[in-house]
Structure formats: C-alpha cells, structure tokens
Design a protein around this ligand. Structure first.
Ligand SMILES: Cc1cc2nc3c(=O)[nH]c(=O)nc-3n(C[C@H](O)[C@H](O)[C@H](O)COP(=O)(O)OP(=O)(O)OC[C@H]3O[C@@H](n4cnc5c(N)ncnc54)[C@H](O)[C@@H]3O)c2cc1C
Length: 585
C-alpha cells in the first residue's frame, strides 16, 4: 500500500452525518440560508473548507445595496432594478433582478435584526452612499469593511442559534441517486477523516471561479470553481461562465498577493493612471470621465496599454496618488496606504502603485431558476457567487452582498419545502463507493506532476487566452493547452503530510479549476460579440442576436437561452447613469 493510504487507515475511516438541509459554504449566502432554516426549526448542517470567520465574504469592502431611500427618498426598488439591468448590458434575468431589488430592504432589516452595525446618520437613519452606476445613494455600509461586519454578524447569529458548522470539511462530491440529491461526501482538511453526509436537500454556496486567473482579488485557494464542478458532476448546468468581472486595479507583487485590490476610491479621490512612458492614458479612452469611467472601461484601457507595449516591465501600469495632499491620502485612502506599506514597503504619498486588471467576480455560475434557485437536479440549490442570473455582463457594485441575503432566505425556504414534500429518499451505495474511491485514488497517486504547478498552468492559460480581451484563435489555443494540462493532471502525485491534507484539497481544487476553465473557454468562444466584461477583438460589436444567456453542459455543448422581457415599469426607468464621484468600493 502507498504511504498515504496508511495515513488514512490510522484515522477513523468515515464519520456519518444526517441532516435535513446541508449547506456547503460558510460565506454570507450559506450562513444566511442556514439561519433561515434554523429559525424555522429545520435541521441544518453547514460545512466549509476554511475558517468561517474568514470566508471570502469578509473581504467585501464597499457596501450592500437596497432602495431604502434613507438619503434619497425618491429611490425605489424599480429604479434599483432598472440600474441593475442597464449595467448588465441586457443579460440580467429580469425576474431575478426583481426578486433581489424588491426584497433588498428585507435583507437589510434581517441584518439589522441580527445586530449589524451599519453606519448611520445623526438621527439614526442608515447612511447610504453612491456606488458605481446607481441613480441614487443606496449603498449601506460599515466603514470600508462591510463584508467583514456582515460575516461577523451572521457568524454570531448562527452561534446564537447553535447551528452546527464544520469549517474544515472539504466537499469532494455531491451524492445523487436516480438523478436526485441525497447528500455529499468529503474529508477533513486537517485530519483527513472522511465524511458521509446524508441530506434531503443541498444548498451549494461555495463561491465562484475567479481564482483560475493569475491575478485575482480572491483569497488563495478560494473561488477555485468548486461550485461549478460539484454541480455539473451531479447533473446541473452552468450559465454564462465566460462573464467574469475584471477589476482595473490589482497589485502585481508580491506574487502570493498578486491581484489584491487597490480600491477604486484611489481613482475616485483623484488618482491618475499612467503608462510606462509616463503618459496619462484614460482621456484617450473616455475623454469625459477619464479615470472616473466605468470599471469595465478602465480595465479595458489598462489592458490595451499593456498589450500594445506601453506597460511596465512587469506587465502593469501606474496608478499615482502622490500628487494628492498627504492628509487626503491618510484620511480617505488609509487602507490603500497601509496595504502598500505592508505588502511592498511602498509609500503611496511619494510613489505610484504598479497595477493591472485582476479577475474579481464570477457573474455567471450554476444554472438556477429565478423563483427559488433550484437547479436541474432535484434537491440541489445554488446561491451567492456560485449562482447566476442577477448580474449579466457587468455587476453593479454592491449587488452581490444583497443577493446573498435575499436568496439565502428564499432558497432556504424552498429547500425546506422540498424536504418536507419528499415521500421517501432513494440512496445509492454505488455513488458513495465512487466518492470514496475518488479520494482513495488521489491519495494513492504518486505521479511526477505537481498540483501547484498545474494550478499555475491553468491560471497562465486563462490569463493569456481568456483575460480582458479574447479572440477565437486565443480561446482555441487555450482549449488545446487545457487538454495538455488535463493529461498532466492524470499524472499528479499527492503527499499528505503532518501539516494536514491540504495537498489533497488542492488536487480537488485543481480538478474544479480545470472544469471551470473549460466551461469558460467554450462559452467565450460561443459568445461572438463584445458586451460588458466580454471583449472579443474579432467581434468588436455587440450582437443583438446574442442578447441571450449561454448555458454550458458537461458534454461541452452551449445552448442559447432567451431572456425574459423587462417589465414596462422598469424599462421606463432604464438609462445610462454616470459614475463620476461614485467610486468608493
Ligand atoms: C476584495 C473584494 C471586495 C468586494 N466588495 C464587495 C462589495 O463592496 N459589495 C458587494 O456587493 N460585493 C463585494 N464583493 C463580492 C462579494 O464579497 C462576494 O461575491 C460574496 O461575498 C460571495 O459570497 P458567497 O457566500 O457566495 O461565497 P463566499 O463568501 O466566497 O464563501 C464560499 C464558501 O464556500 C466554501 N467552499 C468552497 N469550496 C468548498 C468545498 N469544496 N467544500 C467545502 N466548502 C467549500 C468556502 O470555504 C467558503 O466558506 C467583493 C469581493 C472581493 C473579493
């Protein structure tokens, strides 16, 4: 027997759990769903692969949207819906948008009820500020650490409700029998102990796939496409995996922090973008708004400067705030100042920051129905960044966090109702055995290929061929590279050691990333147009015939899914909104 198998034999082979609803993911969406279930008296278990206090949601900075009208009384959910659909370049699902915007105020009330410390005006109203292309001030916040406070609030509420959370459990497979969900399988990332979880329904809240690019604002080992693989292997499909939001300004160094965001507030406060020749380039791309242009346009401008040879030696451009008064920087950009000192020993009051576009948010995701976020697989639901439907080809800043709150609640209710209505549940010993065998096989793998190196290879391929600008030749080359990488994945070696079973976790991350990369490349090939975040240099125009969602299946087919009509009351409010003075992130 190989050494790894001996290691696992020493630990209990498998721990069994049984629950009504299993939630995979301890970020904002997963916790919100779990709270809804626990408050309704429904048995729930939450699992995650990293410490719950530190889930990806805690990184969110700028704020959370709802048309509360606390600052601008004219605001309505209909206007919020109109702004969301306009910003999506027509690809958002109008029913999903309506559900999120109508229920946004309820989402904020829920957070208040759990004790969220929102910033408030002197008279006690929740403060709301401008964020990106919103018509009115509708972004509620807590300093510049809104996500952290939301995560803390939800973790505390979950603790008060005594919700069981295992945040060291890596889910490797969803379990299905006769096409319906009956649980999930995984292992503990510290001890290697296996877990077999029986559940009536499963809510997948395991994040997106933007870590498959070289520069990403995601945490290390998060957003590796796990939701995509778990759902697809269970029989679900993906919608618009090619639609990925690139943030204009991620740092380049150090390598292990590449992609860490420099807040858009740096441009909002008067920061200037220059290429390696010292030229201020934004007026060339957007003469009116220059650095205050929209996120997708600034990302494209930076990309173009770099691609056309006017970038720095490291492949970046310069973001300069050093001309601003020192007090402005210390007061308005304290996090940027601190981050750059900590990561690069760079003083932004005197030196420019080297930045490049960075993968930031998966706007596509698992195909779900708008009403309840159910998938094609009975008993399987997907929420949060794992799901799709709200953002289309460009996400309105602050909409992701409210989506977690709204669909966390609605989907939990739907999953509980599904469980209630189950007359009996079929299970499959063969499915469990296959899940066990998958881990056994990986632990026994002692080939020459290194998991980390292959993750890097995927990230290089995606950055080279499916970044801010794409074309047919590049995407086709990307798929060929991916074929070669997948052949190498068959030759990996896994070496769990006393530090835990991270190597095994990374191997599963790698499998997920490969699937997410393939879906992204194939859907990007099919979208022969330029729209929002998706720039095809060989198809520079928007094609009205492609105002559809692209639905990807495991066999590589990509279907065109029509988008419903925008209700008249919302359509009447749609217009392009200026972002000037609203870059706060
Ligand atoms: C720097 C930054 C700033 C942002 N700012 C804003 C903002 O101001 N406003 C806004 O609306 N949005 C913002 N966003 C986006 C927003 O934070 C995220 O989209 C959102 O938090 C995602 O929440 P989630 O619950 O879907 O998933 P996450 O918070 O990503 O949680 C996913 C969970 O799934 C678990 N998981 C993953 N795979 C597995 C597996 N195989 N087994 C077990 N568990 C697994 C993870 O451990 C984690 O607990 C920002 C994002 C970033 C990166």
């Amino acid at each position: 027997m190989p050494e790894a198998a001996t290691t696992t034999a020493a630990t209990p082979r498998e721990r069994r759990h049984a629950t009504t609803v299993l939630v995979i993911g301890t970020g904002g969406s997963g916790l919100r769903a779990a709270i809804e279930l626990a408050e309704a008296g429904v048995d729930v278990l939450v699992v995650g692969k990293r410490p719950k206090a530190d889930a990806h949601t805690s990184l969110a900075a700028g704020g959370i949207n709802a048309a509360l009208g606390t600052m601008d009384a004219e605001d309505t959910w209909q206007q919020h819906a109109a702004d969301t659909i306009t910003e999506s370049y027509g690809l958002a699902d109008p029913r999903t948008v309506e559900i999120v915007t109508r229920n946004g105020a309820r989402g904020i009330e829920d957070l208040e009820r759990y004790g969220m410390p929102f910033a408030r005006e002197e008279d006690g109203r929740i403060s709301q500020r401008f964020f990106g292309a919103h018509t009115y001030r509708r972004t509620a916040f807590s300093g510049d650490y809104t996500g952290l406070e939301i995560q803390r609030t939800l973790v505390n509420r979950a603790a008060a409700l005594r919700i069981p959370i295992i945040d060291s459990l890596y889910v490797t497979r969803l379990l299905t029998a006769d096409g319906a969900i009956f649980g999930a399988y995984g292992f503990d990332v510290v001890t290697g102990e296996r877990a077999l979880i029986h559940a009536d329904a499963v809510i997948l809240a395991a994040g997106g796939h933007n870590r498959i690019w070289r520069r990403t604002s995601s945490r290390r080992d998060e957003n590796t496409g796990d939701s995509f693989r778990l759902a697809v292997e269970a029989g679900a499909r993906l919608r618009d995996p090619e639609l990925v939001q690139f943030h204009p300004s991620g740092i380049l160094e150090p390598e292990n922090a590449a992609g860490t965001l420099i807040s858009e507030a740096a441009r909002g406060e008067g920061g200037i973008l220059r290429n390696a020749l010292g030229e201020r380039f934004m007026p060339k791309y957007d003469p009116e708004r220059a650095e205050l242009s929209t996120r997708d346009r600034v990302a494209l401008a930076c990309y173009t400067e770099i691609k056309e040879g006017r970038g720095t030696a490291n492949g970046g451009v310069w973001l300069d705030v050093s001309h601003l008064p020192r007090e402005t920087i210390m007061r308005r950009l304290p996090r940027v100042y601190q981050t750059m000192l900590e990561l690069q020993m760079l003083d932004i009051t005197t030196d420019p920051i080297e930045i490049a576009p960075t993968a930031h948010y998966s706007m596509g995701g698992v195909w779900v129905r708008p009403e309840d976020h159910s998938t094609d697989v009975p008993g399987l639901y997907a929420i949060g960044e794992a799901a799709s439907g709200l953002h289309g080809a460009n996400r309105l800043g602050g909409n992701s966090l409210i989506e977690l709150l709204v669909y966390g609640r609605i989907t939990a209710q739907a999953a509980a109702a599904y469980a209630d209505a189950l007359p009996a549940q079929v299970r499959s010993a063969a499915a469990v055995e296959a899940a066990r065998a998958e881990i056994d096989d990986l632990l026994a793998a002692d080939g020459p290929e290194n998991v980390r190196a292959l993750q890097r290879a995927i990230r290089n391929t995606m950055t080279e061929h499916a970044g801010v600008v794409r074309d047919e030749a590049g995407l086709t080359a990307g798929l060929a590279e991916l074929d070669a990488i997948e052949a190498r994945i068959a030759q990996i070696g896994i070496h769990p050691d006393i530090a835990g079973f991270q190597d095994l976790a990374h191997a599963f991350d790698l499998k997920s990333s490969a699937l997410a990369a393939r879906a992204t490349l194939q859907a990007a090939l099919e979208r022969r147009e330029t729209r929002g975040c998706h720039n095809r240099s060989d198809y520079p125009e928007t094609d009205p015939a492609l105002q559809v969602n692209l639905v990807w299946s495991a066999d590589g087919t990509v279907e065109h899914e029509p988008i419903g009509d925008v209700p008249e009351e919302i359509a009447a409010l749609m217009r392009e909104v200026s972002v000037a003075g609203k870059l706060v992130e």
